[in-house]
Design a protein around this ligand. Sequence first.
Ligand code: GTP
Ligand code: MG
Length: 196
Amino acid sequence: MPYNYNKADFLCSYFDAKELPLEKKPEVVFVGRSNAGKSSMINKLVNRKKFAYTSSKPGKTAAINYFSIDNSIYIVDLPGYGFAQRSKTERRGWGSLIETYFALGRDMRLVVLLIDIRHGPTEDDVMMYEYLMSKTVPFCVAATKSDKVSKTAAKEMVESISEQFGVNAFAFSSENGEGVDTLKAIIEDLTEAKDD
Ligand SMILES: Nc1nc2c(ncn2[C@@H]2O[C@H](COP(=O)(O)OP(=O)(O)OP(=O)(O)O)[C@@H](O)[C@H]2O)c(=O)[nH]1
Ligand SMILES: [Mg+2]
């Protein structure tokens, strides 16, 4: 059953993963480099401009932001990685926030890994990919900002990422909506209510 994506609520920003909501709902988590377009993707998903805060300056999302869709699932906007200007201490902070998040045994159904279609996977993305593989969480890969490259370049990058990561990557644009239906279908497929 499709969710009513227009029924979306902001829950809270968490700076300490130990304080995450006690209530469990299926979670869809967005990860990727700083500036890859995570917050913009969430906004597109719920058809709102300023739901999750975006910025042309990398490092906008510094906390774990929780949203809910249709009172049914949580959307989790994680801070981006690979932001060089962050201090060593901040980077360590990022690492422990994410590690704690993944270690909490939340009802994580899907991780959406975002990769900027113009650049392809960076070393950080490969590390994230390996981390996700080691956690055996279902994940999909979105090649973001597809509006910024030609159709041919987009297709080539999507194929190359799919081959490298052994998944079906898909092109996504929060500008023109390419890939939104694909993303919704994956979310719905993986968050379907399961019997405990
Ligand atoms: N043209 C275009 N620009 C995009 C797209 N998605 C995001 N952007 C722009 O890229 C910049 C970063 O987007 P964000 O959504 O804030 O990126 P983020 O991954 O949440 O970044 P952090 O919070 O720093 O981790 C903003 O200036 C967006 O407007 C897209 O699909 N097309
Ligand atoms: Mg963000």
